[in-house]
Design a protein. Structure first.
Length: 114
């Protein structure tokens, strides 16, 4: 499984941004996809995760502000982020899980600043 992330950038507090992650390869074996983030000096943390059955899990800090829509026809998932805060500044990584392994996309920087 290969993951290609895109869509990061600089946004003002209160603004919105959408990240994309396109999957290729043995995607039929994927049973969960999601996003993690890592801020400087911090550990990588879960942002949002959704299983192939549609069960979604969001970090408390982003619940109600972030969603994880998918476009199955394009093998692409998104992280739709609204009402962004300075604390959301981090490198964001997309993630895919199969029964045998986990896969990471390259990070994309999101900076929330005025």
């Amino acid at each position: 499984v290969q993951l290609q992330a895109s869509g990061g950038g600089l946004v003002q507090p209160g603004g919105s941004l959408r990240l994309s992650c396109a999957a290729s390869g043995s995607i039929f074996s994927i049973n969960a996809v999601g996003w993690y983030r890592q801020a400087p000096g911090n550990k990588r943390e879960l942002v949002a995760l959704i299983t192939s059955g549609g069960s979604a899990n969001y970090a408390v800090a982003v619940k109600g502000r972030f969603t994880i829509p998918r476009d199955n026809a394009k093998n692409t998932m998104y992280l739709q982020m609204t009402n962004l805060k300075s604390g959301d500044t981090a490198v964001y990584y997309c993630y895919a899980r199969t029964p045998a392994n986990v896969y990471w996309g390259q990070g994309t920087q999101v900076t929330v600043s005025s």
